[in-house]
Design a protein around this ligand. Structure first.
Ligand code: BGC
Length: 892
């Protein structure tokens, strides 16, 4: 009994002392959890510190230990540093293809030490080209059928570890001993293949064993072999290719490599498709059962061709691959007025159907895909030349589930052909695919329409972040348009952790930037587009905003020369410091009238827009030069910046502060980028408000949309921003919702109020650019902002509006969860704030005075765990450290 009591007592003390200590968790290497195939020789490590038992927790020191195979390769020792999101490995040189296990502990500001973290790991990729024993193999066939490659191999001893390194010309699926190696889809992903082809690395230890084994890889056309773009004039090559090696370490320490070589065999099987846009055909009669097992007889298979294709373009994958992220069931099955049998899955997605089929041998089932119904009819005109159809030829061997392997579609509805009798909802699923970026933010309000808008923004993003940021997932396009990505970038960072997703894509932008510095409209480059303001500026804006969101300055270091090249290109095109001549895209899909006799369309002249972005990009290059300590550059670009701004003011601003284009986009850009002299800014903001009131709605296109509400709010017109947000009439964010939208549309009027689809050929229902309002929702409406790069310092300053009774934004920052939530009941405000350990925050509590503010029931003056800095312009400023705080105040 006594022993039991003692035990209990010691448990209680342990729990108590654990609770009062800092805790380290979420260890990441290169921003990923336990990456395999990690390609950095000095990887960046990060972790999250927490201690819910008290406020104001800061890390004072850390200690990291790294070992491999039980041998320690780095002991950092106790390092006095508050850095927890950017520690570089500094131990023995890392060796290729090796698993490293690491752990960390920290000391907090009171000198308390945490327990060692749970161990995390990284597995290095292949640092040297010479470590590739594999050679490219080709199937000696190039028709529409996917190529299958296989090889058996004997492992002579018990296996300690096996890693598969693999890539393809085309997209591949790999099986070992009859099992799919990974759930990743569309690998190796889409990059600027000629310069950068990703390989993946998978731990396949559980897949192999001493004795006979087999690997089978299917390679389909994907981005490499498909003819891309609407003109179908571009592809990378005409031959499938596979490069793979399994690197085995036996338990006795010896090693063996099974690589693509002339021992591999090839054949074609069930899968074919002509093109990424057109869809996949599966002839179930042509399947080769058991083809990736050792016992399969491949006597009839052909030999492969070995090629000398160089391996210089190989790069490790740095970001999460595409996966199925959610599965939808039918919400409705119906027959259209013209007799089509259609299934509605309730959500517009990128993905594929999964269907349970049963029928006679040779029966053909076709599944067509569509985003929208027009007057109740299945609508596919907006797919343009993309056929977007899955075809299944049945084997008659009982029922089975089938789905395309290598095709994806943008759809909410499917049309089913070739199935007799009633369609059973249990036989159909829709699988949404997306790059598996971790979810990191939520935004919620008391208004269900705004919540739907947030959901549409999120889905618009998920559907288009399919390995690269695409413009749309459905029609014969699906390209990495720079402008779209640029305008949406900040919104993206709030909803998903897109840090590595953009590290990858920006590397392609830099790799394929033209020699003269011009930045194309699409990356990877499929065709030369217009060189455009707002599009090319993805080269400067995304790296800078990426740094602000995540705080990892390597993004800027890597992209710096690309950033400079872009502004140098523009400078070379200027006359008298004005960037005038260029056939740019302007304020793409701005509001216009089809019959505009009296000139009311919101046209912002293109040279004006170009000058705004030229100056803004110069400004970002100056800031980057400053940060990177490039003093000469800083001086040079500062001078150019000043000249660009002066030229802008002389050319496009009247002495009274009117802009040559009297549009919402014009005022928004000039104010957002601080291009007007101080004394003209308030007047310009007023003109912007007058413009909004004149139209009674938003008129901005891609370039003005992300900023208009921010500019209005910054200049004291949050109420006008809310008016735009809450407008339900066309054009507005909520109009599509009133028409049943589940994603963001390409145009304000992709569908007209009469239920007809806009007659233009360019009309998608899944373009995320207008969803760029999401940034304002998080940062201004709910008020959760970074006040220093990577949220090391946080600003909470919400803008309340009495249309709402509550609003909440939550964000997993590099330091942990931060949130801002407000409720409004008449004049009574509650602001609940959560600030992660190892950061500080300035919180602006909406209030009529500092005196009316309380925190957890205490007057501010009585709170020694925060500093109150007095009241100004509707807010009481409070400075504080980590913890959860509940402020109450009143607005009158
Ligand atoms: C794409 C856009 C893109 C534009 C360039 C369109 O076809 O869908 O989103 O930015 O071309 O102006």
């Amino acid at each position: 009994m006594k022993r039991l009591l003692l035990l209990l007592l010691s448990c209680v003390t342990t729990v108590w002392s654990v609770a009062a200590q800092p805790v380290v968790s979420q260890l990441r290497c290169e921003h990923l959890t336990d990456p395999v195939g990690m390609g950095e020789r000095r990887p960046m490590l990060s972790w999250i510190v927490s201690d819910a038992s008290r406020r104001g927790v800061m890390q004072q020191a850390y200690e990291v230990r790294v070992e491999t195979n039980g041998r320690t390769v780095w002991k950092s020792g106790k390092v006095e540093s508050s850095e927890s999101a950017g520690i570089f490995y500094d131990g023995e040189p890392l060796v290729s293809n090796m698993r490293y296990v690491w752990k960390v502990r920290v000391w907090d500001d009171r000198g308390k030490v945490s327990a060692w973290s749970r161990p995390a790991s990284w597995h290095t990729g292949l640092f040297e080209k010479a470590e590739w024993q594999a050679r490219w193999i080709e199937p000696q066939q190039s028709d529409d059928r996917a190529a299958m490659f296989r090889r058996t191999f004997r492992l002579s001893k018990p296996v300690a570890e096996a890693t598969l390194y693999i890539t393809a010309h085309g997209i591949y699926e790999a099986d070992i001993n009859g099992r799919r190696v990974s759930e990743d889809l569309l690998t190796p992903g889409w990059t600027a293949y000629k310069k950068r082809l990703q390989y993946q690395a998978y731990d396949v230890t559980p897949f192999v064993a001493k004795g006979d084994n087999a690997i089978g890889v299917t390679v389909a056309k994907g981005w490499y072999l498909s003819k891309l773009t609407w003109s179908r004039e571009f592809n990378y090559g005409d031959e499938y290719g596979l490069l793979a090696q399994i690197m085995v370490r036996y338990k006795d320490g010896t090693r063996e490599v099974i690589a693509t070589d002339d021992d591999w065999r090839t054949a074609t099987g069930a899968i074919s498709y002509g093109n990424l846009y057109d869809g996949e055909t599966i002839d179930l009669n042509l399947r080769c059962e058991g083809w990736s097992t050792a016992s399969f007889d491949d006597a009839s298979w052909k030999t492969v061709r070995l090629t000398d294709t160089p391996l210089d373009n190989l790069v490790p994958s740095v970001s999460p691959a595409v996966r199925v992220i959610e599965t939808f069931k039918p919400v409705k099955i119906f027959t259209t007025p013209s007799g089509d049998r259609v299934i509605d899955f309730g959500q517009n997605i990128s993905g594929r159907e999964r269907v349970r089929l049963h029928g006679k041998r040779g029966d053909t089932v076709r599944i067509y895909h569509s985003e929208i119904l027009e007057k109740g009819e299945f609508f596919t005109r907006n797919l343009r030349t993309a056929k977007a159809v899955s075809t299944y030829i049945l084997s008659g061997e009982g029922e089975e589930w089938v789905a395309p392997h290598f095709a994806f579609y943008g759809f909410r509805y499917i049309k089913v052909e070739g199935i007799d009798g009633e369609l059973n909802p249990d036989d159909f699923r829709a699988e949404a695919i997306s790059s598996a970026t971790p979810a990191c933010g939520t935004f919620e309000t008391s208004d269900s329409l705004i919540n739907r808008l947030q959901s549409n923004i999120k889905w618009g993003m998920l559907d288009n972040f399919v390995d690269i940021p695409t413009d749309c997932p459905q029609r014969d396009e699906r390209l990495g348009w720079t402008g779209d990505a640029q305008v949406f970038f900040r919104t993206a960072t709030f909803n998903r952790d897109v840090q590595t997703f953009f590290t990858k894509w920006m590397a392609d932008v830099a790799a394929e930037q033209y020699d003269n510095g011009a930045v194309n409209g699409v990356y990877p480059v499929t065709h030369r587009t217009r060189i455009s303001a707002g599009w090319g500026d993805a080269a400067t804006i995304i790296p800078w905003q990426h740094y602000m969101a995540y705080g990892d300055r390597r993004m800027l270091e890597r992209q710096y020369s690309s950033m400079k090249k872009w502004v140098d290109y523009i400078t070379s095109k200027t006359e008298n410091d004005l960037w005038r001549k260029e056939s740019s895209y302007g304020d793409w899909v701005f509001f216009s009238y089809s019959d505009d006799l009296d000139g009311r369309s919101a046209v912002t002249i293109r040279p004006f827009i170009q000058q705004c972005f030229y100056a803004h990009s110069l400004d970002l290059v100056v800031r980057t030069a400053q940060l990177l300590g490039a003093a000469e550059d800083e001086t040079k670009y500062k001078a150019l910046y000043k000249r660009a701004v002066d030229a802008f003011r002389n050319e496009y601003v009247t002495p009274n502060g009117m802009l040559v284009s009297d549009t919402q986009t014009a005022y928004t850009l000039a104010l957002m980028f601080d291009l007007l002299p101080e004394e003209q800014r308030a007047g310009a903001a007023k003109r912007l408000v007058e413009n909004v009131n004149r139209y009674g709605h938003i008129t901005t296109g891609f370039l003005g949309t992300p900023y208009i509400c921010e500019v209005l709010t910054r200049f004291g017109y949050a109420d006008v921003a809310y008016k735009l947000l809450l407008n339900k009439k066309i054009p507005s964010w909520l109009y599509p919702i009133s028409m049943g939208a589940t994603t963001i549309w390409e145009r304000w009027n992709s569908m007209l109020p009469n239920g007809m689809v806009n007659s233009n050929s360019m009309v998608s229902f899944n373009h995320y650019a207008y969803g760029a309002i999401g940034d304002w929702l998080y940062r201004w409406a709910a008020g959760l902002q970074e006040a220093a790069p990577g949220f090391r310092k946080i600003r909470v300053k919400p803008y309340l509006n009495d249309h709402f009774t509550s609003m909440k934004a939550e964000e997993r920052t590099p330091y942990g969860l931060a949130s801002s939530a407000w409720t409004l009941d008449g004049d009574a405000v509650t602001l609940t704030v959560e600030i992660p350990a190892n950061t500080t925050a300035e919180v602006y509590v909406p209030s009529a005075s500092a005196e009316c503010v309380t925190e957890s029931g205490r007057a501010l003056a009585a709170c020694d765990d925060l500093t109150s800095e007095g009241w100004n312009d509707g807010y009481t400023l409070v400075r504080l450290g980590s913890g959860r705080y509940e402020f109450k105040s009143t607005l009158k």
